[in-house]
Design a protein around this ligand. Structure first.
Ligand SMILES: Nc1ncnc2c1ncn2[C@@H]1O[C@H](COP(=O)(O)OP(=O)(O)OP(=O)(O)O)[C@@H](O)[C@H]1O
Length: 296
């Protein structure tokens, strides 16, 4: 299976949201990582044929997905950032309803609904109304609806937005489990969501893919080094002014810093192995919205 984005561009008036993107995907998990406004949703909406590119094409096995039309959509599952549901529907009714919209035969729909409710861990909530579910449970119902047609291509737009750390971990495991023989594209601005499950990471900034590859490759692409040092509190402000600090932790009277710099920032600083968080900070100039990161 191969999905290709060829010179893909989307402009809104004179604003370019997606800027000449070339990418190829086969099976596995692809993590689209970027800050708000990078163009992730716009790219995903094109991949789901919801909006047309201004320039460029998207092909599936060599055929334009917009020409394939319904044939392509049969292969596709999509969880938008904001997904609508009828609050009074139970989880089960909601899924059966979506299945009917997708044209899935009732007998097949019942079977898949039952199976997916278990798979996403909503067994006990099958008869609960959608409006009573927690954020994480709603997202899991959202994944289940995207999986109803057993899609070969699963597109998840910020699926972990607003989830607490435990739900986030559950979600990560679920996505990993679902990937199997399909292509999963997931967007996020949280490094830890994809660091361990994505086969390939795409860093998106201002509509462009600025780095792509396996986590290790993306980490190695950072031209600067990462240093660890412990300093007195009063020495922190000038370091913050001068360097990118990827983490800061108070340890008694001292502060432990993680500094991104091509040269040794001060005597006693030792080089440490860079992480994807460091890379995010380096390229985006801000920290990822990680849930378990120490606050600066
Ligand atoms: N229909 C539209 N008309 C005009 N501008 C748009 C439209 N859709 C998106 N944009 C702009 O394109 C840029 C990229 O938006 P997009 O939603 O793709 O980013 P994103 O990376 O998904 O960020 P977020 O996570 O905040 O949604 C933003 O500046 C946005 O305002």
């Amino acid at each position: 299976m191969e999905l290709r984005l060829n010179d893909l561009t989307k402009t809104f008036g004179d604003f370019t949201a997606v800027d000449h993107v070339d990418l190829a995907m086969t099976n596995g998990v692809y993590g689209l990582l970027g800050v708000n406004g990078a163009g992730k949703t716009t790219l995903m909406r094109m991949l789901c044929t919801l909006i047309r590119p201004t320039e460029g094409t998207i092909t599936y096995r060599g055929r334009d997905i917009f020409d394939m039309d319904g044939e392509y959509r049969k292969l596709l599952g999509y969880l938008p950032q904001e997904f609508g549901f009828y609050p009074e529907f139970t989880v089960q009714d909601y899924l059966l309803y979506i299945a009917s919209i997708k044209g899935i035969r009732p007998a097949v729909a019942r079977k898949r609904t039952k199976m997916l409710i278990q798979k996403v861990g909503l067994g006990k909530a099958a008869n609960k109304k959608m409006k009573t579910l927690s954020g994480g449970m709603k997202r899991r119902a959202g994944i289940a609806q995207a999986m109803l047609n057993n899609p070969k291509i699963l597109v998840l737009d910020e699926p972990t937005a607003g989830l607490d750390p435990n739900e986030r971990i559950r979600f990560r495991n679920l996505i990993s489990e679902l990937s199997g023989e399909r292509l999963v594209l997931l967007s996020t601005h949280i490094v830890s969501d994809i660091e361990y499950i994505a086969n390939e990471i795409w860093l998106m900034k201002d509509g462009r893919i600025i780095r792509q590859g396996a986590v290790d490759q993306v980490i190695r692409s950072m031209p600067e080094r990462v240093w660890s040092c412990r300093v007195e509190k009063r020495r922190v402000p000038p370091l913050v002014d001068r360097y990118r600090i990827s983490n800061m932790k108070t340890e008694g009277e001292k502060v432990k810093l993680r500094v991104i710099s091509s040269e040794r920032p001060l005597q006693g600083a030792v080089p440490v192995k860079p992480t994807l968080e460091d890379v995010f900070l380096y390229y985006f100039g801000e920290k990822a919205g990680s849930e378990d990161y120490d606050k600066i």
